[in-house]
Design a protein around this ligand. Structure first.
Ligand code: AMP
Length: 233
C-alpha cells in the first residue's frame, strides 16, 4: 500500500490538515461573493465569519479542485463543502417540473443515517432560496418514499452507501451526471467496512468529477483514499 504523503503529492488534491485549520485567519462570508440566494441563507442563519475548515476549504472547492480535509463534526465542515458545491451548482438551477431537468449532480456519502439526516437538513437550509433540490436516502426505512423523491429529480443526494446501492440496483438513482462526490466521515466509513460498497458506487460515477473527502483522522489505513479518488481519473 502506498504511503499517504506520497499519494498526496498529486497536484490534483488539495490537502487541508488539522494543524493548518487552527492557524487560518478568520474570514467573513461576505468576502466570498457566494451566489445571492446562498448568501441570504447564510446571513439568515447568523453566520458571519467562517470557521477554520471553511476558510481553508471553501475558496478551494469553489474553484472545482479535489480536497482532502481533516475535520471533525462540529467544526462547520458541512457548510465547508455544501456552500461551495451549491454555488457551483447554481448554473444548473431551474424551476422545471421535469425530473430530467434535475439529475443528481452532487453525491454526499456518510456512514450513518443520523449523520446523513443531519447533513441533509443543513443542505436544505443552505439551498432554501434556490431551486436546487436535495434528498436523503438511508437504510432502516421504507424505500418507497425515498424512491418517489428520487424519481422527481434531485440535484444533491445525501446517502449512506448500502441504501444508495439498493436504489442504484432498483434504477431509482441514476448517477451518470454526477459532478461532485463528497466522502464525509471517511475514516468511519472505512471502520464500518464500507470500502467495497464505496468502490462500487464510485464505479457508477462519471470519470470526470470532483472529489471532496473529509475525515476526522488520517490513519495509515486511510492511505487507500487517494488511490480510490484518483483511480478512476
Ligand atoms: P457541522 O460541523 O457542519 O456539523 O456544524 C456544526 C454547527 O455549526 C452547525 O449547527 C452549523 O449550523 C454551525 N455553523 C457552521 N458554520 C458556522 C459559522 N461559520 N458560523 C456559525 N455557526 C456555524
Amino acid at each position: 500500500m502506498t504511503d499517504l504523503n506520497t499519494e498526496l503529492n498529486t497536484p490534483a488534491i488539495t490537502e487541508i490538515p488539522n494543524e493548518l485549520n487552527a492557524q487560518t485567519p478568520t474570514m467573513a462570508f461576505a468576502q466570498l461573493q457566494l451566489a445571492a440566494p446562498l448568501a441570504r441563507a447564510v446571513a439568515e442563519m447568523g453566520y458571519e465569519s467562517m470557521t477554520p475548515i471553511q476558510a481553508q476549504a471553501i475558496p478551494v472547492v469553489i474553484t472545482g479542485k479535489d480536497v482532502m480535509g481533516a475535520a471533525q463534526t462540529g467544526t462547520g465542515k458541512t457548510a465547508a463543502f455544501s456552500l461551495p458545491l451549491l454555488h457551483r451548482l447554481m448554473k444548473h438551477e431551474n424551476s422545471s417540473t421535469s425530473p430530467a431537468r434535475h439529475p443528481v449532480r452532487a453525491l454526499v456519502l456518510l456512514p450513518t443515517r443520523e449523520l446523513a439526516d443531519q447533513v441533509a437538513q443543513q443542505v436544505k437550509l443552505y439551498a432554501k432560496y434556490t431551486n436546487l433540490r436535495s434528498a436523503v436516502v438511508f437504510g432502516g426505512m421504507d424505500m418507497k418514499p425515498q424512491t418517489l423523491e428520487l424519481k422527481k429529480g434531485v440535484e444533491i443526494l445525501v446517502a449512506t452507501p448500502g441504501r444508495l446501492l439498493d436504489h442504484i440496483e432498483a434504477k431509482n438513482a441514476v448517477l451518470n451526471q454526477v459532478e461532485y462526490v463528497v466522502l464525509d466521515e471517511a475514516d468511519r466509513m472505512l471502520d464500518i467496512g464500507f470500502l467495497p460498497d464505496l468502490q462500487r458506487i464510485l464505479s457508477y460515477l462519471p470519470k470526470q468529477r470532483t472529489t471532496l473527502l473529509f475525515s476526522a483522522t488520517f490513519s495509515p489505513k486511510s492511505s487507500v483514499w487517494p488511490a480510490a479518488i484518483c483511480k478512476t481519473r
